[in-house]
Design a protein around this ligand. Structure first.
Ligand SMILES: NC(=O)c1ccc[n+]([C@@H]2O[C@H](COP(=O)([O-])OP(=O)(O)OC[C@H]3O[C@@H](n4cnc5c(N)ncnc54)[C@H](O)[C@@H]3O)[C@@H](O)[C@H]2O)c1
Length: 341
C-alpha cells in the first residue's frame, strides 16, 4: 500500500517534515485527513508543477570541479547528474559502494566527467580523499555540496527490521539511546564540519574563491517531535554555515545552507516504514505528536506531493553558481512554505 492510500485508509495522519519524518497518530489523525481532502474542492485551485527533471542549464559549470557527498541516491544522486550535464567535473562521495559507483559510472558512460570516492564523510580519511581526488583528477576544487546525512543510526544499506533496529531509531529524549544520538550527530554535524574543513583548506590555498552548500533541513529551523538528534544536528549545520560564511568571506568563498521539508527520496520512504513499525509496536502512541508536519505547498497540492529531488537540486546549484554572487551565510528555507505558517 502506498503512503497516500495509507493516509486515507487509516487514522494515521501526518507525514512529518523533518526529513520526511513520518508521525504517528491518534484520534486527531482522521480530522487532519478530512481537512486535507476538503481543500481539494476549492474553485480555481491550481497546483504548482515541479521543475522538469530533465531541465538543465548547458555549460553553467563548465571547467568547474564540484564535490557532492551522498551521491548514491536521493538528492545527491540528482545533484551529481544535473551538475555533470551542466559541464562540471564531479567527485561523488558515498558509503554505499555499489550504488555510488553505479551512479558515477552512468555519468561517465553518458559522456560526463566524474569520479567516485567510497567512504564515510564523518572520517578524516574520506574527507581528505575526496579533496585529493578533485585536485589529482581535475587540478582544483571550485564548489561543494555537503549533502550526506542520516535520520537514524541504521546504515542506509541495511533493510528495515524494526524489532532488531529499534535502539537505532529516532525517539524522544528520555527513550533515545546513545547510539542513535551519536551516529546522527557524527554523520550530520561532524561530517559537515570535516568535509568543510578539507574543502576550505584547498579553496583557501588555491586563492580563487569558491562556494559551498550545506544540506540542513527544515529541522534545522524548527523543532520536530520524536527526533532530537536530527533536529539538533541540523541546527548545528545551520550554525556552522553562518560561522564559516563569516570566516571565509574575505577569501571570496560563499557558504550557504538549504533547509527543505519533505522531499521524495529513499530516506523519507525508510522513515515512513520505521514510523509505521514504531506506531504498531507502541499500540498507537509512538510519541511523535500530531503537530504541523506538511509544507504549505504540500498541504495545498491536490495530491499532497512531496518536493522532488530536482526542485531541491535546482536551488543548491543556483547557490553555487555565479548568479548567487551576493548570497552568503544564508540558511535558505527551501521548504515549500513550511516555515511561512
Ligand atoms: N528527503 C527529505 O525530506 C529531507 C528533508 C530535509 C533534509 N534532508 C537532508 O537531505 C540530505 C539528503 O537526503 P536524502 O533525502 O537524499 O537521503 P537519502 O538517504 O535518500 O540519500 C542520502 C545519501 O547520503 C549517503 N550517506 C549518508 N551518510 C553518509 C556518510 N556518513 N558517508 C557517506 N555517505 C553517506 C547515503 O548512503 C545516501 O546515498 C540529508 O542530509 C538529509 O538529512 C532530506
Amino acid at each position: 500500500m502506498n503512503r497516500r492510500n495509507m493516509l486515507k485508509n487509516t487514522t494515521l495522519a501526518t507525514i512529518g517534515a523533518s526529513a520526511g519524518m513520518a508521525c504517528a497518530n491518534d484520534s486527531r489523525g482522521s480530522e487532519t485527513a478530512s481537512a486535507l481532502l476538503a481543500s481539494e474542492n476549492i474553485v480555481g485551485k491550481k497546483d504548482v508543477n515541479p521543475v522538469n527533471p530533465a531541465y538543465f542549464i548547458p555549460n553553467r559549470f563548465k571547467d568547474k570541479t564540484i564535490i557532492i557527498t551522498g551521491c548514491a541516491r536521493g538528492m545527491g544522486k540528482a545533484a551529481v547528474k544535473r551538475a555533470a550535464l551542466e559541464g562540471a567535473n564531479i567527485v561523488g562521495v558515498d558509503w554505499l559502494k555499489e550504488e555510488g559507483n553505479a551512479v558515477i559510472n552512468e555519468i561517465v558512460k553518458d559522456g560526463g566527467s566524474a569520479k567516485f570516492v567510497y567512504g564515510d564523510v564523518s572520517t578524516n580519511e574520506t574527507c581528505k580523499e575526496m579533496v585529493k581526488t578533485a585536485v589529482d583528477s581535475y587540478g582544483k576544487l571550485d564548489y561543494a555540496i555537503n549533502n550526506a546525512g542520516v535520520m537514524d543510526a541504521i546504515f542506509p544499506g541495511d533493510p528495515i527490521n524494526y524489532e532488531k533496529q529499534k535502539h537505532l531509531t529516532f525517539s524522544r529524549c528520555h527513550e533515545a539511546t546513545d547510539e542513535y544520538w551519536d551516529v546522527v550527530m557524527r554523520v550530520n554535524t561532524t561530517g559537515v564540519f570535516k568535509c568543510m574543513r578539507e574543502e576550505l583548506k584547498q579553496m583557501v590555498a588555491q586563492n580563487q574563491g569558491g562556494a559551498i552548500v550545506n544540506v540542513a533541513s527544515v529541522a534545522g529551523l524548527r523543532g520536530f517531535s520524536g527526533t532530537p538528534s536530527y533536529v539538533a544536528s541540523k541546527h548545528a549545520v545551520n550554525g556552522l554555515t553562518k560561522n564559516a560564511a563569516i570566516d571565509y568571506a574575505e577569501y571570496g568563498i560563499r557558504i550557504n545552507s538549504v533547509c527543505m521539508a519533505n522531499t521524495a527520496t529513499p530516506m523519507v520512504e525508510r522513515a515512513y516504514q520505521l514510523v509505521m513499525a514504531k506506531v504498531k509496536a507502541s499500540g498507537g502512541n509512538a510519541g511523535m505528536g500530531n503537530i504541523k508536519t506538511k509544507s504549505l505547498l504540500q498541504y495545498t497540492d491536490s495530491n499532497h506531493r512531496d518536493a522532488t529531488p530536482e526542485e531541491q537540486v535546482a536551488i543548491m546549484l543556483f547557490l553555487l553558481s555565479e548568479e548567487a554572487s551576493n548570497i552568503t551565510g544564508a540558511n535558505y528555507a527551501t521548504d515549500g512554505g513550511f516555515t511561512a505558517y
